[in-house]
Design a protein around this ligand. Structure first.
Ligand SMILES: [Zn+2]
Ligand SMILES: [Zn+2]
Length: 259
């Protein structure tokens, strides 16, 4: 399986508009890999896009992704959802030549309405998408994407299996991922970082929650993403940090990972 991290940023990406801190100034000056756009992951094998942050059109172009067949939404939070107009961008004018995008949502759906109009229903009516609301595993040829509902009751992680490899992907809210037998010893764990500077009970904290979880799950390799501007750390700081962490790397936009 081959993945590209399309966006390694968090809810507040880097550079943050109007911010003059050192991390944002550097990112504005240097671009990638100092710059981090909204959280999204692409699985090349079957053209699967996980989540659509506001920057997704730019991300797909920057990393030369030409083939999206499936969009899988992890949860409704705006940093993962509000680029869903990418559906229009991809399908506009190609309704008769391109296959409908398969849009996979949680069983309870995602109720995105403007002035009482459901955005996803309108895409269905335009013939842009085939909307699949289910918590069942997504099967695409030899690929299986099992949905794991987190203990917060609304967000999901994914166990992706193909090619005799297992990849666990937890895009957000990692502190709510319960350890089960099936999730142990995977070949690759891609997970949201959580904050370093915020340690309230509601939010995932990297040191308190994410690192101990990785120690319990014992993946062969871990890639940390959803890296927040709030932590005020630059790409170089993360490079230094990962030298002290065994089998753990910090993602950057455009990073490709093969398992
Ligand atoms: Zn800043
Ligand atoms: Zn998030």
């Amino acid at each position: 399986m081959k993945f590209t991290i399309l966006g390694s940023g968090g809810a507040i990406r880097i550079p943050k508009a109007c911010c003059t801190c050192d991390v944002c100034t550097e990112a504005r000056l240097e671009g990638f890999p100092y710059k981090r756009l909204g959280q999204s992951l692409y699985l090349h094998d079957e053209g699967v896009l996980f989540d659509t942050p506001e920057d997704i059109n730019e991300e797909l172009n920057d990393h030369k992704v030409m083939d999206v067949k499936h969009i899988v939404f992890s949860h409704w939070h705006p940093d993962h959802l509000l680029g869903c107009r990418i559906i229009e961008s991809i399908m506009d004018g190609e309704e008769n030549t391109r296959e409908q995008l398969q849009v996979h949502m949680p069983e309870d759906g995602i109720d995105l309405n403007i002035e009482g109009n459901s955005i996803f229903s309108s895409y269905e009516n335009l013939g842009y998408i085939d909307l699949i609301q289910s918590d069942d595993a997504i099967k695409i040829n030899d690929l299986s994407i099992e949905k794991i509902k987190l203990s917060n009751g609304f967000a999901y992680a994914f166990l992706i299996e193909g090619n005799n490899k297992k990849v666990l992907y937890c895009p957000c809210h990692t502190k709510h991922l319960a350890v089960t037998e099936a999730l142990l010893d995977v070949d690759l764990f891609i997970t949201s970082k959580g904050y370093s500077v915020i340690s309230d009970e509601e939010n995932t904290n990297f040191e308190r929650d994410t690192l101990p979880l990785i120690a319990k799950l014992k993946p062969k390799r871990t890639v940390i993403t959803h890296i927040e501007e709030t932590d005020k750390m630059s790409f170089d700081d993360y490079l230094m940090w990962e030298m002290h962490l065994e089998d753990i790397e910090f993602a950057f936009d455009g990073m490709t990972i093969e398992v």
